[in-house]
Design a protein around this ligand. Structure first.
Ligand SMILES: *[C@@H]1O[C@H](CO)[C@@H](O)[C@H](O)[C@H]1NC(C)=O
Ligand SMILES: *[C@@H]1O[C@H](CO)[C@@H](O)[C@H](O)[C@H]1NC(C)=O
Ligand SMILES: *[C@@H]1O[C@H](CO)[C@@H](O)[C@H](O)[C@H]1NC(C)=O
Ligand SMILES: *[C@@H]1O[C@H](CO)[C@@H](O)[C@H](O)[C@H]1NC(C)=O
Ligand SMILES: *[C@@H]1O[C@H](CO)[C@@H](O)[C@H](O)[C@H]1NC(C)=O
Ligand SMILES: *[C@@H]1O[C@H](CO)[C@@H](O)[C@H](O)[C@H]1NC(C)=O
Ligand SMILES: *[C@@H]1O[C@H](CO)[C@@H](O)[C@H](O)[C@H]1NC(C)=O
Ligand SMILES: *[C@@H]1O[C@H](CO)[C@@H](O)[C@H](O)[C@H]1NC(C)=O
Ligand SMILES: *[C@@H]1O[C@H](CO)[C@@H](O)[C@H](O)[C@H]1NC(C)=O
Length: 607
């Protein structure tokens, strides 16, 4: 019934507006506003007629009286009103927009109306940590995202790309599983089967690495690469052979593998020296302690002359020189050679000698000493020099043998020479040096002619020839009055001072002249009142007779030699007084071992 009424009403509305208007015009007061649809408003007409009309409210369409239907905005526009990736929600009289899954409104509200510029934009789901799960690799797409697996992970329960909220796919860490096994090798690192783990291998005991890489790597594909190592069993090969030895296998092993043991034995006639006689095949493929020495037995130790055996074992002997002998040269050890014969020590023992002891000079030119009473060869080198004769050198040598306990030798040494004598006992290998100096020989005698002169200044001369002793000799002129008992000792060491100090009888030294200052002739005038050296040549006293004596004195070190010649007999003619005449004399004979002058000269001239 209700539906039929509506249909009827609709027919009326569509067909009769003018009728209604006409009706109103006809005079019946007809309030049109009462007939407006609840969702319409009654508005003053705009045509200026003053009438009213029903108009559907905003968001509704219809005739304003019988129906005002909701207007569906969502259907508006070529792409619809909300825009891309949206859901449009129409409401009575209005609408609103929401975003499709995977998008979000730019106004950050759950809903929006695009008239403020809002729209739907893609959500980056990958911003959320772990959205793809452990090992996943998120990739954002327009309105969605998808997952792959990181290196070291592979997909499980599906394929890549996958969506974590759809299906059962997920990423799982790669596990390479049990590492590969290698013949005769063992793993030597912590077994970890995760991606990038490295497992190292070593050969088993008794096996040796030959070649190949000894590590294995877990790949991202979940399988192992490597190792390529190849281990081969240790083989020490034949045990080394050593001279004069043989070996036997221990434990009946007779293989050349690790741990095999071999025992060496020296041949008969040889003995083993050193510690190792067992060798073992080691893990390194080598025989341990590969050294063995078999030495021959050499038998009796050789004997050395003048030597004793101190110590010996079968391979070494030590010798030492016997008492009374010393080791001169050579080695003290005898060694038993590999050929079974001794290499004898080369020790040379020599008798201990005492050489030259208590060496002394006697008789100026002779040496004597104490020896050890055994035959000895002596070598003497002597070198003489003279300080007063610089270029002089006397170098000679002598050799002789003696077995006396107190040998002596006299050398032909030159006089007035300083000698250094080096005497060597050749066998005893000892040398001693001693010095000696020889005394000076007789002083050289000048050639005089005896004269008997008279006059105030008796003039004398003497010829001389040059002599090596000249540098150490001097002439002295003695003046002796010929009165009473006259004694004169040419060799008096103290002359001329003695005479000078006690000239009781008027004797004195008139002159002292260095021989080296004199040429071939010495001219001398007695009483010329000159000073010669430290002496005064006084005039001879008138009426007195004098002997004039020329003495040559040579002096070297401690030794001195004199020679005298009677030069002249002179008679004084001077009247001058001499101071010395005043001296009171106590004795006439003033020399301890006086010699009569006549006797002396007789003796001298013989010389
Ligand atoms: C008028 O509109 C409102 C919502 O706008 C609706 O609920 C109501 O039913 C409408 N009235 C009629 C008579 O159609
Ligand atoms: C294996 O290796 C990985 C990465 O190197 C490490 O994180 C893990 O702890 C290891 N596992 C073991 C049992 O060592
Ligand atoms: C692996 O091999 C190398 C040489 O290639 C070697 O230096 C290393 O010691 C080996 N490691 C083991 C565990 O054998
Ligand atoms: C590891 O696996 C991959 C994929 O299955 C294969 O291509 C590769 O040859 C393998 N590598 C080894 C060393 O087995
Ligand atoms: C003898 O002694 C030497 C030195 O001590 C030694 O080297 C050698 O082995 C020994 N020989 C024997 C047979 O004992
Ligand atoms: C003689 O030689 C010794 C020792 O060399 C030395 O002391 C001395 O002065 C020398 N004398 C002379 C006169 O040469
Ligand atoms: C003495 O002579 C020996 C043999 O010639 C020599 O070895 C030694 O050095 C000399 N001694 C001196 C002090 O000159
Ligand atoms: C020494 O006297 C002789 C003779 O009167 C003279 O010929 C000579 O030159 C003199 N000699 C000296 C060194 O005075
Ligand atoms: C000779 O030698 C001895 C002792 O070495 C020494 O006293 C003396 O003065 C020396 N004489 C000379 C003339 O050199």
């Amino acid at each position: 019934m209700a539906l039929m009424g509506t249909v009827i009403m609709a027919f009326l509305l569509h067909s009769t507006p003018s009728i209604l208007k006409d009706t109103e015009v006809a005079g019946d007061v007809f309030d049109v506003c009462v007939t407006c649809h609840p969702n319409a408003t009654c508005d003053l007409k705009t045509d200026g007629s003053g009438g009213y009309a029903c108009n559907c409210m905003y968001g509704f369409v219809g005739n304003g009286r019988t129906h005002c239907e909701d207007k569906d905005e969502c259907q508006i526009g070529a792409n619809f009103i909300c825009g891309d990736h949206t859901a449009c929600h129409n409401t009575h009289g209005s609408y609103y927009c929401t975003c499709l899954s995977g998008y979000a409104p730019t106004n950050n509200m759950p809903v929006f109306i695009p008239n403020d510029g809002s729209y739907c934009q893609d959500i980056d789901e990958c911003q959320v940590q772990g959205v793809c799960g452990e090992g996943g690799l998120c990739r954002n797409t327009d309105g969605n995202f998808e997952c792959e697996c990181q290196i070291g992970y592979h997909v499980k329960g599906g394929t890549v790309p996958f969506h974590p909220h759809r299906g059962k796919a997920f990423c799982e860490a790669v596990d390479c599983g049990p590492p590969p096994s290698v013949p005769h090798a063992v793993q030597v690192s912590v077994p970890n089967t995760s991606y990038r783990s490295v497992i190292t291998y070593g050969c088993q005991t008794g096996f040796l690495w030959q070649r190949g890489d000894n590590s294995s790597l877990c790949t991202s594909e979940g399988n192992w690469t490597g190792p390529s190592l190849i281990c081969e069993e240790v083989d020490c090969g034949e045990p080394p052979a050593f001279p004069h030895s043989s070996f036997i296998w221990k434990h009946q092993t007779r293989n050349t593998r690790m741990g095999a043991e071999v025992l060496y034995e020296c041949e008969v006639g040889f003995h083993h020296v050193g510690p190792a006689s067992i060798t073992v095949c080691t893990a390194g493929g080598l025989w341990s302690h590969p050294s063995l020495q078999c030495e021959a037995r050499c038998g009796h130790v050789p004997e050395l002359a003048h030597a004793d055996l101190v110590w010996d074992n079968e391979s070494i002997a030590i010798h030492r020189c016997a008492d009374g002998y010393y080791a001169h040269s050579g080695l003290t050890v005898s060694t038993c050679g590999v050929d079974g014969s001794w290499q004898a020590a080369t020790l040379q023992c020599r008798e201990i000698r005492y050489g030259i002891r208590q060496l002394e000079v006697f008789n100026e030119r002779c040496l004597r000493w104490l020896s050890d009473g055994k035959k000895e060869d002596y070598r003497v080198i002597f070198v003489g020099s003279r300080d007063y004769q610089k270029p002089f050198v006397d170098k000679r040598r002598e050799a002789f043998s003696s077995q006396h306990l107190r040998p002596h030798v006299c050398l032909k040494l030159l006089p007035a020479t300083n000698y250094t004598i080096n005497i060597t006992a050749v066998l005893a290998r000892s040398s001693t040096v001693i010095t000696t100096n020889t005394t000076i020989p007789a002083a050289p005698v000048p050639e005089v002619m005896f004269r008997d002169v008279e006059g105030p200044l008796p003039y004398l001369w003497v010829h001389r020839s040059h002599h090596t002793l000249d540098p150490i000799c001097l002439y002295e002129v003695f003046v002796l009055p010929v009165e009473g008992t006259l004694v004169f000792d040419c060799n008096s060491p103290k002359s001329p001072h003695f005479l000078k100090d006690s000239s009781c009888h008027g004797e004195y030294v008139a002159a002292q002249i260095q021989v080296r200052d004199v040429g071939n002739v010495l001219n001398f005038t007695v009483g010329d009142e000159q000073h010669y050296g430290e002496f005064y040549n006084a005039p001879l006293e008138n009426g007195r007779d004098y002997y004039i004596i020329l003495r040559t004195t040579c002096r070297w070190g401690q030794s001195s030699k004199h020679s005298c010649v009677l030069w002249a007999k002179a008679r004084g003619t001077s009247y001058r007084m001499r101071m010395s005449a005043l001296v009171v004399c106590g004795t006439i004979s003033f020399f301890g071992f006086a010699v009569l002058i006549g006797y002396f000269f007789t003796g001298y001239f013989k010389n």
